[in-house]
Design a protein around this ligand. Sequence first.
Ligand SMILES: Cc1cc2nc3c(=O)[nH]c(=O)nc-3n(C[C@H](O)[C@H](O)[C@H](O)COP(=O)(O)OP(=O)(O)OC[C@H]3O[C@@H](n4cnc5c(N)ncnc54)[C@H](O)[C@@H]3O)c2cc1C
Length: 386
Amino acid sequence: MFTSFSLANLKMPEQLEQLRDEVRSFLRAEYAAGSYTRDPAGWDRYDPDFTRKVAARGWIGMTWPRAYGGHERTSLERYVVTEELLAAGAPVRAHWLADRQFGPLLLAAGSEEQKRTYLPRIVAGECFVCVGMSEPDSGSDLASIRTKATRVDGGWRISGRKVWTSYAHKAHLMNLFARTAPFDKNDRHAGVTQFIVDLDWPGITISPIINLAGDHDFNEVVFDEVFVPDDRVIGTVGNGWSQISGELAHERAGSERWLNAYGVLVHLLDSAGPNPDRGALEEIGRLVTHLWTLHSMSLSLAGLLNMGAMPAVEAALVKDLGNQFDQDIPEAARRVISEEARAQLPEEDPFNSMLDRALLYAPSYPIRGGTREILRGIIARGLGLR
Ligand SMILES: Cc1cc2nc3c(=O)[nH]c(=O)nc-3n(C[C@H](O)[C@H](O)[C@H](O)COP(=O)(O)OP(=O)(O)OC[C@H]3O[C@@H](n4cnc5c(N)ncnc54)[C@H](O)[C@@H]3O)c2cc1C
């Protein structure tokens, strides 16, 4: 059945250009001071010091109520800030998950005490969060998770195994997805609950998984009879599935889904020089038109979030197109700048290392946050095609 689909053409309000300039001059100054290096996967670099500087500018929890430390600004303002941070390749990962989805989840479903405890710390850049959804044999089909929470006096005992948990080794908290009632094949989505877990509690073991680029970004996290008190349940016991739907709209809507290889595109433009040949013009022209289209679509999503909507289908579409774009940039860069030309670049030229890194990270984009096939299924259902 066709639900609704809306990506209106939204014009960036002019007054936001001032904010954009403000973010750009912050980034210029930080870069000049050597506080970060540009990286095509900046979204994937964890730097608590940089995060605290972003927090000090008021750019974490931007849309959240003042009562919880937030800044009560609009989703469009937040959009401008996040887009600039990502385009610059700044290391923003430490606060990203908490700012993007854990905070909005608590605002929508958390208790008053949870909001007062965690949101101000997140806004200050002092509380980092990871997400424990996926398990061995349970990624796309999240309803099949086996991590089990058993009712005990005053709370729950949790045992199970999470996998691919990004930055669990650096985060303070996990937003944990666990089964609080036995699996019911007639209602697969019932009986799962979200918990806030301190990652230094007894019974939790975090082991690294090294990714294709040789970096330690994700982990396996094992829970062995971990006690979680009742006040750490987010929302209603058994209601985790419907709570997570809103969270995923936030997870998939942002420009981090199509700005991962932007640094390579900028270098490609520079390397192609002022008189590129026709082939280079076509490749770069195609990429730039796609970039602008994705920017417009993402901005439109920010507009929908601003109105309080949960644009799950639209976000799935932007993520799918964005993942393709992130993979297209390094491939186009390899075609435009030949291997011989790349071999002659001076050692200090960052193009080769950026390209290598973008190529090694590219396969992960259409897997994390929902695979391409799953997203296309959501889009097809939303459009009434299945
Ligand atoms: C870099 C990275 C970071 C991640 N970080 C986190 C994290 O922080 N926290 C977390 O919980 N998870 C994280 N994940 C896990 C990620 O969410 C899962 O890998 C993803 O949901 C896919 O699950 P899976 O690996 O079990 O693959 P599967 O679900 O087994 O899928 C395997 C293949 O089958 C296809 N497939 C599956 N079901 C269907 C279907 N119904 N129809 C058509 N095709 C289908 C998929 O598209 C895929 O191609 C991360 C993954 C990556 C790559």
